[in-house]
Design a protein around this ligand. Sequence first.
Ligand code: CTP
Length: 416
Amino acid sequence: MVQAINLSGKIEKHLPAELVEFMQEAGLVAASQGQSLYLVGGVVRDLLLGRTNLDLDLVVEGDAASLAGRLAETTRGKTTIHRRFQTANLKWSRWSVDVATARSESYARPGALPAVKPASIETDLFRRDFTINAMAVELAPDRWVRLIDLYGGINDLERGLIRILHEKSFTDDATRIWRALRYEQRLDFKLEPETLRLLKRDVRMLDTISVDRLRNELELVLREKLPEKVLRRAEELGVLAKLHSSLKGDGWLSKKFGEAREASSPDLPPVELYLALLAYRLSDEESEKLIFRFRLGKSYAQTLRDSYHLKARLGSLADPSLAPSRIYQFLHGYSQSALNANYLASDSPTAKQHIHLFLTRLRYVKPSLTGNDLQKMGILPGPKMKEILQRLQEARLDGEVTTKQGEVELVRGLLH
Ligand code: CTP
């Protein structure tokens, strides 16, 4: 059933004029090629909810590559074509849009990437994850921005429900289990009861998903505004245990994630810090397993290793008599996220204070004298010079010297 809902008001309100003009042009060009073009997926859902989303996904009944090629010419954009996937990307200096050929998907086995065949928009929408993500908006000039809602998306948006389109949805692609929890928590929706039943039945299908795709899902969770809500729900439904049986999505984690956000820049989710906090209560061996199993990248792996290494030394860092130079030696070299994770997770006020002192002041302390200055004083580059520079830094950290002249005198003293 094609509903006669027209989205022009919402589109003008929530999308920049440049993108609206582009869609008009794209609808016209597609029509001139005898193809029908649609706006689909998350952006339609978010337009209806009045949420900002500038990730435009277009679907064409026809051929995405030829349409994108023509649009690149008329709009002076740059296009990248993936023939195998029948998709294309159009890019301008400020925006980027994905165009895909409407398709059917079939899964040779659960969790495999689907085989793709060109199909109608109805079929393309039916292969999607949830009813609220399976709506389209027509872009043809004579049907401009009419909503296509074949599977009850509007109704579920109004009732706040996450509902799959068919019984095999989670079996075909178990990453949808994580997706369901992300949308449920992000939008403050509920899993529709039958969807919840099937999700619980199919949790074990997460074992069919490659580690790279699972890691990607975890990263998407950690990029959510409130990832702790998703992790809490994932624990409740046995989904989190599929990543690692010792991970917890409890009150401690929620509290620490909240503090992590307060301590971080407001527009960038502190993904690495979240990961360090999520893994914080694992043993060293369990952390190593997580790194190995999910093939975590260098930076994530380093943060988890630094984090458990420092955790084991927090007792010694809690000594109130530590001189600043000792605190510096103790903490320098650890990744920023590992330091932050230990700061947030430690129960010792002294250890916390020392990490804070290091992060805000000690790590920036440098002697005034440089290697060049020392050469002028007759010291050759090499281990001796390194030792002297280190000594100068210690003296600066502990307030033994406070001026360049003081440093010169210290060096002279060391040379005699
Ligand atoms: N999709 C799907 N099954 C998946 C992944 C994606 O059906 N496993 C479909 C959904 O229709 C989704 C669209 O592809 O809306 C685009 O996917 P993605 O960009 O991941 O989702 P968005 O809905 O844009 O979500 P988000 O707001 O989280 O970016």
